[in-house]
Design a binder for this molecule. Structure first.
Ligand code: GLA
Length: 382
């Protein structure tokens, strides 16, 4: 990827890039839709990443080529044009958000390429945002730490691109640590690296279905969670988000919530408990417990949060039929995209064969299945 992005830069701009940056995608082992409820998540940065080769430019503009799309964008930096719904919203949004923080990104020539599948639940957009934010940080000499970088990228996504996402994806792409999952407190932004056990692989299986409903339904779920917190706060003074609600209180106050709102809240409240429990299990190398929690997480996303799909359910179910698979769940926002599974390394061939055959029998096409390695967060490689 590094050679690819460097030589594409050279042929596009007729000189060498001064930096090359790599920002990873992620899977989330536990925690789903808990981040924007100020709760906990347990993601892993993976070896699928967005790559940006860049050099400073005297003109106050950005010239960016998206290699995978064969598309170019040129935009001014002093008055950032409004979003247009295309890929260039990500670099433009980052430039916009940096300026919202009072920073002045330098002019830039850049080439982007990525092997994070788009819209598959592996954070392709956060990887692109974090790669550009870091490239601008390096070229402009900003002193932002990695948390700030993640916050800038989340701001770009929320207020420029227009997706009301939480902070998990950007934090993971910025702060990932090879060999570790990150226990992330999405209220305090504290991060605790938790070692991943040896001999266990993170395997992704892709439904091939892309999330049509994702943005609209995502925002609906978020609003439902806020409604739950509001209604519960009438009986639990001082709570700010579902993060503050215990399972006992939620059950006790069930009658005060519309049924669908109760189910959404139940997913989030139990989700936070599952994350903390899984982090504890992972610390002692207990993959069996982590796997069981992943299965419970998938069931809760399917039944209470209602963000799964028949394709995701079939993949998750087929995964768990394989001996040596500890657990599986949908990853990312849902509605399509991928499942993530924890699989004993020696069981990977069986896993791939069984999951592919089961999915093909049900839907007439084979899923893409691959093992991922954990990776570090954003890095300059040149
Ligand atoms: C998307 C969002 C994240 C998070 C997940 C669901 O990936 O970008 O902030 O909410 O969905 O867990």
């Amino acid at each position: 990827m590094q050679t690819k992005v460097t030589s594409a830069f050279e042929s596009r701009f007729a000189h060498q890039p001064s930096i090359v940056v790599r920002a990873p995608g992620r899977v989330n082992l536990l925690g789903g839709h808990t981040d924007y409820n100020e709760g906990y998540v347990l993601p892993v940065a993976v070896d699928r990443a967005a790559w940006v080769a860049a050099a400073p430019l005297a003109a106050r503009e950005a010239r960016v080529r998206a290699l995978d799309l064969g598309s170019d964008a040129i935009f001014p930096l002093d008055v950032i044009p409004p979003s247009d719904g295309g890929w260039a919203d990500y670099p433009r949004g980052v430039a916009w958000a940096l300026q919202e923080r009072g920073l002045k990104p330098v002019g830039m020539e850049a080439v982007l390429t990525s092997d994070v599948p788009v819209g598959a639940g592996l954070s392709s957009s956060a990887a692109v945002e974090v790669a550009f934010a870091y490239a601008w940080q390096q070229l402009s000499g900003f002193q932002l730490d990695r948390r700030d970088l993640a916050l800038v990228c989340q701001r770009a996504e929320n207020s420029y691109v227009g997706v009301n996402c939480g902070i998990m994806d950007q934090m993971t792409s910025a702060l990932g640590i090879e060999g570790h999952a990150l226990l992330l407190d999405c209220r305090t932004l504290e991060v605790e690296p938790v070692p991943l056990p040896a001999g266990v692989a993170i395997v992704v299986a892709d439904t091939g279905v892309r999330r049509q409903l994702a943005a609209s339904e995502y925002n609906v779920r978020r609003a439902q969670c806020e409604q739950a917190a509001r209604l519960l706060s009438e009986h639990l003074p001082g709570i700010r988000a579902l993060r503050d609600v215990s399972l006992n209180d939620l059950k006790r106050l069930r009658a005060h919530l519309p049924e669908v709102i109760y189910r959404r809240a139940l997913h989030v409240v139990t989700g936070n408990i599952r994350v903390l429990h899984a982090a504890e299990a992972l610390r002692r190398g207990d993959v069996v417990t982590v796997g069981a929690l992943m299965k419970a997480c998938h069931a809760s996303l399917r039944d209470y949060y209602e963000v799964s799909s028949p394709e995701l359910d079939r993949l998750a179910e087929a995964a768990c039929e394989v001996e040596g698979c500890y657990g599986a769940r949908l990853t990312g926002a849902g509605f399509g995209g991928c499942i993530v599974a924890l699989v004993a390394v020696e069981a990977i061939p069986d896993f791939e064969a069984h999951v592919s055959a089961a999915y093909e029998a049900a839907f007439g096409r084979r899923p893409v299945v691959y093992a991922c390695r954990s990776a570090d967060g954003v890095k300059r490689v040149l």
